[in-house]
Write a protein of this length. Structure first.
Length: 323
């Protein structure tokens, strides 16, 4: 034995944990050792990603239910099943997207302090096995999608082209967060069509609101990697906005709230939905007020806090069903 004492970073590599993952998650404590690298590839130890993918689906689904006459609503069991299907779909498709993103970006991830401990750059998983894992998740996502009506199935498949191009956007545009928004907000369309079988003005306006919201919260997230991004030459709205980030966030969140309100007005939803939106607006204002773009830990905390925006809006929309 050499007598070498592993440093903290080496211990993390030995355990296989990703640097910015949630500590004490079931992936690290209960899942089989052979599965952990694949779980980390799918970011299962970081549930905030699938929450943010799920919320537009649930908001739109609940909005559609809240605005339909009682005789037109599907059975409660069907609504609950759709909610579960969106939940499972959000987990596996977010996982597939992260896997695909890591396959494309593994050379970049090797150069970034926060991401070099991910399964591919740290050689816990081979690229071949990553592709297999990606395909498995995609097939599960397809099975989930097939539970919906034909219109929703085709609409859901339409999102794949946006997902496919997203990992390359940071190389060619300062606005990769916009493309992420196009993909992550797609649920605002399919949530509505799962109930109605067709699109309308309200879900389209909600879709745009969610895109703007995504740009805002992912700009906060991207501030963690500013220095590394400059060094390796990739682009982001965090670099574009820099010290003007707070002003841009005010604009994005104002537009998001205005469009979400418009969607609610157009759909004719009851008053509790607006109360939920008002409280969510206060929360987003709090994010902007305390934001320190030079504090990476705080940026991650504020990014994750956006799931609370999801809960507040959902609670308002849910209450409006019975108002």
């Amino acid at each position: 034995m050499s007598g070498h004492i592993p440093m903290k970073d080496e211990i993390g590599a030995i355990e296989g944990r990703v640097a910015d993952a949630v500590r004490g998650h079931w992936v690290d404590t209960f899942s089989p050792a052979w599965f952990r690298p694949y779980a980390r590839l799918s970011r299962l130890e970081r549930p905030i990603g699938w929450w943010l993918l799920l919320w537009p689906c649930i908001w739109s689904l609940t909005l559609a239910v809240a605005t339909r006459e009682s005789g037109q609503q599907p059975p409660v069991g069907t609504i609950l099943w759709y909610g579960v299907a969106f939940w499972l779909g959000a987990i596996v498709m977010r996982g597939a997207g992260c896997t695909y993103n890591d396959i494309v970006d593994y050379k970049i991830d090797e150069l970034v302090e926060r991401t070099r401990s991910r399964p591919l750059p740290s050689h816990q998983v081979t690229r071949k096995n990553a592709w297999v894992w990606f395909a498995i998740q995609g097939l599960i996502g397809l099975v989930v999608l097939l539970q919906f009506n034909t219109y929703t199935i085709w609409l859901g498949l339409g999102s794949l082209s946006v997902v496919a191009i997203y990992p390359f956007m940071k190389r060619i545009t300062n606005w990769p967060q916009l493309v992420l928004g196009l993909a992550f907000s797609w649920g605002a369309l399919v949530g509505w069509t799962s109930i109605t079988g067709s699109l309308d003005v309200a879900p389209v306006v909600m879709y745009v609101a969610c895109i703007v919201w995504t740009i805002g919260y992912d700009t906060i997230y991207a501030h963690q990697d500013r220095e590394d991004d400059v060094m390796i030459g990739v682009k982001s709205t965090a670099l574009l906005f820099a010290e003007n980030t707070r002003a841009w966030l005010i604009l994005f969140y104002f537009v998001m709230v205005s469009l979400m309100m418009t969607s609610m007005i157009v759909s004719g939803v009851a008053w509790p939905a607006f109360v939920g939106l008002a409280i969510a607006t206060i929360h987003m204002g709090w994010q902007i007020w305390i934001l320190d773009i030079n504090n990476g830990d705080q940026c991650l905390f504020l990014f994750r806090s956006n799931t609370q925006v999801g809960w507040l809006l959902f609670a308002g929309l849910l209450a409006s069903i019975w108002a």
